[in-house]
Design a protein around this ligand. Sequence first.
Ligand SMILES: [Fe+2]
Length: 291
Amino acid sequence: MQTGMFTETAVKTTGSAMPVMESFATSADQGVSEEFLRQGYIIRDVDRPDVLEALRHRVVEMACEYLGVDLPQDDGEFLNSIHANLAIQKVNAFRVALYNLLNGQSWFRPSYFWLGKSALETLVGNELAMQSRVNLSIQMPNDESSVLDVHSDTFDAETPFQVVEWLPLVDVYDTKSMFILPPPANQAAFLNVKPLLEQGGPARVFHEVKDQLVWLRVPYGKVLIFTPNLLHGNIVNRVPETRWSFNARFKGLFTPYGGPAKSLGGYYLPITTKAVSRVGMAYRAPEGFNA
Ligand SMILES: [Fe+2]
């Protein structure tokens, strides 16, 4: 029997040969969700490679202008070897300048969203709030100052109802990348994480979990989406290339928010509010019909 575009979803043929749906999601979406639940992350091709290429080129243009150097032949090679053009002591001022320049561009956040849009919509929803600024990391080889110790974002009053879209501008792997603790190991680590932090700080926690960490290999052209509820972080980059990556948080517009500093309207902004939600939020009951 012909089931058209729904062939791969759970279509069942009833006794009277009428197709019915056995699932609310496509098998592809179910697969993405199961992978995310099992690993705590997914890595996928960006939805718009052309947008990624343009974004990366704008970053290179801004970097060249800041450094007073000519545009390179190869954007990836230029970013990977930025440590040849800039001292480690100057990298944070450089990073902050690029961060402010990029976040001042009206196209920056929408472009960033479109790179991970399909996976975000599958995992989080299609009515989203996005962090109001996209963060930039530049991690030069052997830079001890740009280490992000092992942590869960929930320890800092972040809502657990969020994902991080993490996007490298160069191939990342090993210590040039970030690590994450898979869900079963994380569950076990959480039982003891508070006393470990109190006794020996993040270094003690890292020592405890280091054999179970997954070091994420994310080639340029792909996007990583992970739950920052899991323990994650990075160590000193010992790969002789500089890591460039962006990260920004996404959550369902109507899911719970974290502490006061992480509220909607400041830290998060709505990006894809649907018409019916707008209608509902604008609705005022006539006199006599108020609850
Ligand atoms: Fe984090």
